[in-house]
Write a protein that binds this ligand. Structure first.
Ligand code: FAD
Length: 380
């Protein structure tokens, strides 16, 4: 079907990302996943494609223009690659450069953004705390002003890219309880009082570094406050909207990969004297996966169009996030079933995607929280 939103530029961008992933990431995915890490040069080579420069001025190393379709094309291609861990680690910078470019002081933007966008340095976003991630308004990490510095105390956990990142955007409480007392801070990994430990043995995303961050009287200059004090909650929520939309696109790519692998395998595998794909039950699984993927893709295209028109359809993005994670879980489950025992073995992309569906249903706002937010946006 013709995609009415396709343009020569968008197609060329998507092809360049797909080519890069196919040649520089996919051949190594299993090895890097088993190793739990991958070479830093991959960050630099991925960033050279301009993946994270959307909406950021060229003066800071950005692209000087924005396009939600291109951003989503890149996320979709990473999803399709089934290299979730590599994608998570590289793309952790994507969820922190937005607030950094909009809210940080000029000297910080001039120094840090080119390094992050070029892949020379890593960046990560720290919102979730050991006491909880869903109830952002209740976060406990505290920042108190003392002269020309803020002193941060508390902890963040599950921070993607957190072990290798040099720069962090951290949410901390500077005011009263609730949404009106939260601020954002730029924190460097060598700040006094900052330390981190790795979270290992995750269900998926093995190649990505995930950290718990500790702030023990961590001192940062007042200049590192991003935006106005106590106005951080809105910035966090705006940032979540983008993160959720791109996660939808990543889930689209993962679902498409499940479908493609299923069709290929079912075409070759013989059972009861004929190819698996000739059995009606399997054909119906393929039809169900395909129809839901079509719906997912249409929804994402619609949302990209709205975002490009400077709208932020919050309720629709929340609905899309849990719709996409339920479709992805369905597709991964059915693909595993079609593969039978072969799907149970490591090294099979479907096995990896199956393990990595859960984080998509939890991270960036869980399915329950997405449903709550969507209903609230409906005025209920
Ligand atoms: C691999 C991985 C990477 C991550 N990367 C990052 C990162 O880079 N930065 C970052 O800040 N965070 C990150 N997160 C954290 C993620 O955003 C949180 O896990 C998520 O927001 C849920 O928070 P929680 O785990 O504390 O669960 P909780 O908030 O404790 O919730 C537990 C469960 O209860 C449900 N629940 C909570 N409240 C309600 C309610 N009112 N009604 C019904 N159900 C409810 C939730 O949906 C969830 O299923 C990451 C998580 C993972 C697993």
């Amino acid at each position: 079907m013709i995609n009415p939103f396709d343009t020569i530029e968008r197609r060329a961008f998507r092809e360049s990302v797909a080519r890069f992933i196919q040649t520089e990431i996919e051949p190594h995915t299993d090895e890097w996943d088993e190793a739990g890490t991958f070479p830093w040069a991959v960050h630099e080579n991925a960033c050279a494609l301009g993946l994270f420069g959307f909406g950021i001025d060229e003066a800071y190393g950005g692209l000087g223009f924005d396009d939600a379709f291109m951003r989503c094309a890149s996320a979709e291609e990473f999803g399709r690659s089934s290299s979730g861990g590599v994608a998570a680690s590289i793309c952790s910078r994507s969820i922190m450069v937005g607030p950094l470019s909009k809210l940080a002081a000029e000297d910080i933007k001039t120094r840090a953004l080119p390094e992050i966008l070029s892949g020379k340095k890593g960046g990560a976003l720290g919102i979730t705390e050991p006491c909880g991630g869903s109830d952002v308004a209740n976060l406990q990490t505290r920042a108190s002003r003392e002269g020309d510095e803020y002193i941060i105390n508390g902890s963040k956990t599950f921070i993607t890219g957190g072990m290798n990142a040099s720069y962090f955007v951290i949410a901390a409480r500077t005011g009263a309880a609730g949404i009106g007392g939260i601020s954002l801070f730029f924190v460097e990994a060598d700040a006094p009082g900052f330390s981190r430990t790795a979270i290992d043995r995750k269900m998926g995303w093995w190649a990505s570094d995930t950290a718990t961050l500790y702030f023990d009287d961590c001192r940062v200059p007042v200049n590192n406050l991003m935006g106005e004090p106590n106005k951080g909650f809105l910035a966090i929520m705006n940032n979540f909207n983008y993160e959720r939309l791109f996660m939808c696109a990543q889930m689209l790519g993962m679902s498409k990969r499940c479908l493609r692998e299923s069709i290929e395998y079912a075409g070759q595998r013989q059972t009861f004297g004929k190819p698996l794909i000739k059995h009606q039950v399997i054909r119906h699984k393929i039809a169900n996966m395909s129809s839901q993927i079509d719906a997912m893709e249409s929804l994402i295209n619609q949302l990209c169009w709205n975002v490009n028109e400077a709208e932020m359809p919050v309720a629709e993005i929340c609905k899309a996030k849990f719709y996409c994670s339920t479709v992805l879980e369905y597709c991964a489950h059915e693909a595993m079933q079609i593969f039978g025992g072969a799907g149970y073995l490591r090294g099979n992309p479907v096995e990896r995607i199956y393990r990595e569906t859960k984080v998509m249903a939890i991270g960036g706002g869980s399915e329950e929280i997405m449903r709550d937010l969507a209903v609230r946006q409906m005025g209920l």
